[in-house]
Design a protein around this ligand. Structure first.
Ligand SMILES: CC(C)(COP(=O)(O)OP(=O)(O)OC[C@H]1O[C@@H](n2cnc3c(N)ncnc32)[C@H](O)[C@@H]1OP(=O)(O)O)[C@@H](O)C(=O)NCCC(=O)NCCS
Length: 322
C-alpha cells in the first residue's frame, strides 16, 4: 500500500468536477469513454436528485470516485446504487475509503440493498466488491458487430417477411412526420416492452416527461431508430445512441415488440433495418448488451455480434454487510 494516505471530498457536479470525474471514468473504462457533456446528460437522466459522489485523492492526485443514489430505472424503496470507479492499477485502499463513505451514507439513508456493477475484465474491482459480500444477481453479455461483416443477402429478406404480414418497417423520423402523437404512442410501446426486459427486480419505466426529454436529445437519432408500424400504431422499435467521441460507433438501446406481435419476426426485421440505416450513415461498429437468455442475444450472435467482457450486476444485503 502506498505511504501517502487517501483523502476524500464531496463532488459538487460543477463543470470542473465533471472534468475530473470523466477523466477517471475514461481511464477506468476506455471502451466506454464519454465526453463531459454525455456524462452530465446521463447523470440528469438516470439519477434522482439526491445522487451524490465523492472523490478520492492520494497526495492531491485524483485516483478514483464513488457515487450513491437511486437509478430512475430501478427505484424500489430501500435499494440504492453504488458507483465505484477506480482504475484497476490503483491499490485497494482507494476502494476501501470510498466504500466506507458509501456504506455509511447508505445505512444513514435507511437502505436495505446496495447494488453495483462490475465489468468482466476488471478483476481487481470485482474481487473487492465480492470481498465485501456483494453477490451476483445477473449478467449482461456485451457484444460488438463490425457492420462490414453482415451477410446482407441472408438477412435483408427478413424485412420483406414482416411487410408481407401487412406491417411497415420504417424509421422513427418518418413516423414522426406522419403522426402528431408519435411520442405518446412510442411511449406506450416503450413502457410495455421495457417492463418485460428480464431483470431480477421489476424495472421502473421513465415518466413521460423524462422519456420525452430523452428522445428529443441530439444523441437519440430518430433517422436511425427503426420502427415497425401497424397502421399508425408502433408495434416494435430498436433504438440507437450516437457517441460524441466517435461517429462510427453506436450503442444499441432498447429493442421492444408489443406482446401481441411477438414471435412473428418483428425484432429480426428491426435489427436488419437498423443495421442498414447504420451502414448507410457510415457507422462501422455497433455495440449492445443483453442477457444471454434473451432472444435478442441469440439473434445478435447469428448476425455476427462477438462477445466482449460482460457487465455483472451485483447486490449487497446491508443487513449482513460489515
Ligand atoms: C425480445 C423481443 C424484442 C423479441 O421480439 P420478437 O419480435 O418476438 O422476436 P422475433 O419474432 O423477431 O424473433 C427473433 C428471434 O428470437 C426467437 N424468439 C423470439 N421470442 C422468443 C421466445 N420467447 N423464446 C425463445 N426464442 C424466441 C425467435 O425464434 C427468433 O429466432 P430465430 O431468428 O432463430 O428464429 C421481444 O420479446 C420483447 O420486446 N421483449 C421485451 C423487451 C426485451 O427483452 N428486449 C431485449 C433486450 S433490450
Amino acid at each position: 500500500m502506498s505511504a501517502e494516505p487517501i483523502t476524500l471530498e464531496p463532488i459538487a457536479k460543477t463543470d470542473d468536477d465533471y472534468a475530473v470525474v470523466v477523466a477517471i471514468h475514461n481511464a477506468t473504462h476506455p471502451r466506454f469513454a464519454v465526453t463531459e457533456n454525455e456524462y452530465k446528460r446521463d447523470d440528469e437522466h438516470h439519477h434522482h436528485s439526491g445522487h451524490r459522489r465523492w472523490l478520492a485523492k492520494r497526495g492531491g492526485r485524483p485516483v478514483g470516485y464513488a457515487g450513491l443514489g437511486k437509478m430512475t430505472w430501478s427505484d424500489r424503496p430501500g435499494k440504492l446504487y453504488m458507483e465505484m470507479v477506480v482504475p484497476e492499477g490503483e491499490a485497494d485502499d482507494v476502494r476501501e475509503a470510498l466504500y466506507q463513505v458509501v456504506l455509511d451514507e447508505a445505512r444513514q439513508a435507511g437502505a436495505d440493498t446496495l447494488a453495483a456493477f462490475s465489468e468482466g475484465d476488471h478483476p481487481v474491482d470485482d474481487a473487492f466488491k465480492r470481498s465485501k459480500g456483494f453477490v451476483q444477481t445477473h449478467q449482461d453479455e456485451d457484444s460488438e458487430l463490425e457492420v462490414g461483416t453482415v451477410d446482407w443477402a441472408r438477412w435483408e429478406p427478413c424485412i420483406a417477411a414482416v411487410e408481407a404480414q401487412g406491417l411497415e418497417v420504417a424509421t422513427l423520423a418518418e413516423y414522426r412526420l406522419r403522426c402528431p402523437e408519435a411520442t405518446e404512442r412510442m411511449y406506450a410501446l416503450y413502457v410495455e416492452t421495457f417492463q418485460d426486459v428480464p431483470s431480477p427486480e421489476p424495472l421502473t419505466p421513465d415518466t413521460f416527461e423524462n422519456y420525452a426529454k430523452y428522445v428529443g436529445r441530439p444523441d437519440y437519432p430518430a433517422h436511425l431508430v427503426a420502427v415497425v408500424l401497424d397502421g399508425l400504431t408502433p408495434v416494435g422499435m430498436l433504438t440507437q445512441r450516437l457517441r460524441e467521441l466517435d461517429a462510427t460507433v453506436v450503442d444499441v438501446g432498447l429493442a421492444g415488440v408489443l406482446r401481441a406481435y411477438r414471435g412473428r419476426g418483428v425484432a429480426r426485421a428491426l435489427k436488419v433495418k437498423s443495421l442498414q440505416l447504420l451502414r448507410d450513415a457510415g457507422v462501422t461498429l455497433v455495440r449492445t448488451g443483453n442477457n444471454a437468455n434473451n432472444p435478442m442475444f441469440r439473434l445478435n450472435q447469428a448476425i455476427g455480434f462477438k462477445q466482449m467482457p460482460p457487465w455483472m450486476h451485483l447486490a449487497l444485503d446491508l443487513g449482513s454487510a460489515e
